[in-house]
Write a protein that binds this ligand. Structure first.
Ligand code: SAH
Length: 357
């Protein structure tokens, strides 16, 4: 992809750049995600699926979906766990992968091949294309890849950033998104506020779906939960931070997830939300450390050290455990959800309707 010669709105630039990046490059050469750090991550999410499915009344069949599954590692690890400890859930799961990159779809098919006897995965392009019925959706580092817009607060209102060449240009915003954080946040003049309409649309759709039927959705990503602002756009190229506007399509572009806006959009759709909690709290509640101890037992000191280091990396507050947050969406009225013990769900409320943040 060539750098734009005339101004292109940031979200359109990011959409094109990431589509080119995910279909042309190997993202996992540039960054490592939680499921790639350790099998424990996918296994614990598999355990979460089993417990949540039981709590839904064990519907069979049900849609087990993952959005942005990367190499397919998380789903493969989750399915292996289900096959072993929750065979009824495993048998009931109709696996759906939401993935736009043909290259990553191939990698996911390879990762799921060991389950070919029991599981026939289906691919789709968007969360909205998932079939109806009871559903459990997982998404790790999916929302951070969706295109954002950046607005700069002015005395009069908002300017918006576009990209030309390898630099930003700013002009008064013409079509402001309806609702979302722009409508509600008190941002100081000169500061940047980001919106991710794609994430809010998905949250609203899931909110409506979960208000009417059985299911749960779980989003794990790095981000903030509160009425924050700031420029969080970043790029990784060849494993190192890079200027986000340079060499589009050759770097992974991401932005932090605005969990407050995500939750509000989901509740505006009609579901309840849980959290966000930190990834460290969530994985610990699901039994990360006992599982690590079990994996390390009877292993060489080197393997035991690696397992312990992986658990620390995933859960320590100053590492992914604190940087990443976890939010769930469920039908209203549920009183318990694994991993969110001690955290009351936030009910849908008319105050959220149309606000999204
Ligand atoms: N969840 C994986 C991969 C994260 S990378 C892991 O934890 O390892 C982001 C993933 O989202 C990739 O699979 C990428 O192809 C996918 N993706 C990015 N934008 C997308 C979009 N608009 N629709 C569907 N998938 C998308």
């Amino acid at each position: 992809m060539t750098a734009p010669a005339t101004p292109v709105r940031l979200d359109r630039f990011m959409a094109r750049a990431n589509a080119a990046y995910y279909s042309g490059c190997d993202p996992f050469a540039d960054f490592i995600t939680a499921p790639e750090i350790s099998q424990m991550f996918g296994e614990l999410l598999g355990a979460w699926v089993a417990v949540t499915w039981q709590g839904m009344g064990a519907p069979a069949p049900f849609v087990l979906a993952e959005a942005g599954p990367g190499r397919g590692t998380l789903m493969a690890d989750a399915l292996r766990l289900l096959a072993r400890v929750a065979p009824a859930c495993y048998a009931a799961a109709r696996v759906h992968m939401v993935e736009t990159s043909p290259r990553l779809r191939d990698a996911q098919a390879t990762a799921l091949a060991p389950h070919a006897d029991a599981v026939t995965p289906v691919w789709c392009d968007a969360v909205a294309d998932l079939p109806p019925g009871p559903m459990i959706l997982l998404a790790n580092e999916f929302l951070d890849a969706l295109p954002i817009r950046q607005f700069v607060r002015t005395a009069q209102g908002w300017d918006e950033r576009s990209v030309v060449g390898e630099v930003f240009v700013t002009a008064p915003a013409t079509d402001l998104p309806v609702g979302g954080p722009l409508a509600t946040r008190d941002v100081p003049e000169g500061e940047v506020l980001e919106t991710c309409e794609g994430a809010l649309v998905i949250a609203r759709q899931l909110g409506r779906r979960l208000a009417q039927g059985q299911g749960a959705a779980l989003f794990i990503d790095y981000g903030y939960d509160g009425p924050g602002w700031g420029d969080t756009l970043q790029a990784l190229r060849d494993g190192r931070p890079a200027w986000p506007l340079a060499r589009p399509g050759m770097a992974d572009l991401t932005a932090h997830v605005d969990f407050a806006a995500l939750g509000a959009a989901a509740r505006a759709g009609g579901c309840a939300t849980w959290g966000s909690v930190t990834q460290g709290a969530f994985l610990s509640a699901l039994g990360l450390f006992p599982r690590a101890a079990q994996l390390a037992r009877n292993q060489s000191p080197e393997v035991a050290r690696q397992v312990s280091e992986a658990a620390q990396r995933l859960a320590a507050p100053d590492r992914m455990g604190g940087l990443f947050r976890v939010m769930a969406m469920t039908p209203p009225g549920m009183t318990e959800l694994a991993g969110f013990e001690g955290c009351a769900p936030i009910a849908p409320s008319p105050a959220d309707m149309g606000k999204g943040g």
